[in-house]
Design a protein around this ligand. Structure first.
Ligand code: ZN
Ligand code: FE
Ligand code: FE
Ligand code: ZN
Length: 276
């Protein structure tokens, strides 16, 4: 019972403080929660969706350390981060990550184009060709993210579908770039998250879709679970479904992280540990 993808109001578009999320996780019987607020970025990149460097140093990091102490024995709290992948910012992000002892880093592609970036698929777009190109650009960025060495876990692998706009039939290029991204995840020994927030978006489908999970399982890509909660009550939302996918596509094994080392744990063992 692990939720590795949660935010707090430090991210400016989420509500509640860290402790609210931890209390919510304890209330729902979780053994482990990770906090993963959006990372500080350089040059004014997307300030309205992330903490500043000062907030990271003065509130986020000491806050996690404090709560780890306060709740030890009740729940394991991991020090995580959601890091944006955006061409040109890689060395800033890598240097920042190297300076801090994160338990894990989730890597995400949230914007395309040149900054100020475009939303993934700004609705409404009706031209299929444009949609297909956006999908290809998106999965190409995810491949670059997997090869960048920035992260341990690939976030919401098919986020580009979030507004429910799908590529057209002539979408072989989309499949090709998607499979290339998946292979890069495998070749770089990364983990992928099952992220339930897609179920709460217009697309109403989990990230990644089951056909992608099926392919990921063929490649032997390890999986973990995250709600991407932006409010405390969303911690662990739809996790029964997520666990059924862990059983189906990762032999019941969930990846957990400490100090950026991955361990694949039988989820039944996690449940038993929680009871004792
Ligand atoms: Zn967010
Ligand atoms: Fe994200
Ligand atoms: Fe997130
Ligand atoms: Zn996210």
């Amino acid at each position: 019972m692990v939720d590795y993808h949660t935010h707090t109001r430090l991210c400016k578009h989420a509500v509640g403080v860290m402790e609210d999320y931890i209390e919510s996780a304890i209330g729902k019987g979780f053994s482990e929660i990770g906090v993963s607020c959006h990372n500080p970025m350089p040059d004014g990149y997307d300030l309205e969706h992330r903490m500043t460097m000062d907030e990271f140093n003065q509130i986020y990091k000491p806050g996690v350390r404090n709560l780890q102490q306060k709740y030890s024995g009740a729940i394991t709290i991991k020090f995580g981060l959601e890091a944006d992948y955006y061409p040109g910012t890689e060395s800033f992000v890598k240097n920042f990550i190297a300076e801090h002892d994160f338990d894990y880093v989730i890597g995400s592609v949230h914007y395309l184009g040149a900054w100020p970036g475009t939303e993934l698929i700004p609705a409404p777009i009706f031209e299929r060709v444009v949609v297909n190109l956006r999908y290809e650009e998106y999965f190409e960025r995810v491949r670059q993210l997997a090869e960048s060495g920035i992260c341990d876990i690939i976030a919401h692998f098919d986020l580009v579908k979030k507004n429910g706009i799908r590529p057209g039939n002539e979408s072989n290029g989309v499949d090709d770039t998607m499979y290339r991204a998946l292979r890069a995840i495998k070749e770089n020994n990364l983990c992928m998250e099952i992220n339930t927030s897609g179920l709460r978006k217009k697309v109403a489908e989990i990230y990644p879709a089951e056909d992608i999970l099926e392919r990921a399982a063929e490649y032997g890509i390890p999986l973990t679970t995250g709600s991407d909660a932006h409010k405390p009550q969303d911690v662990g939302s739809d996790f029964e479904y997520a666990y059924s996918l862990i059983d189906k596509y990762a032999n019941g094994k969930i990846s957990v992280f400490s100090q950026r080392n991955r361990e694949e744990v039988d989820r039944e063992v996690l449940v038993d540990n929680n009871k004792t």
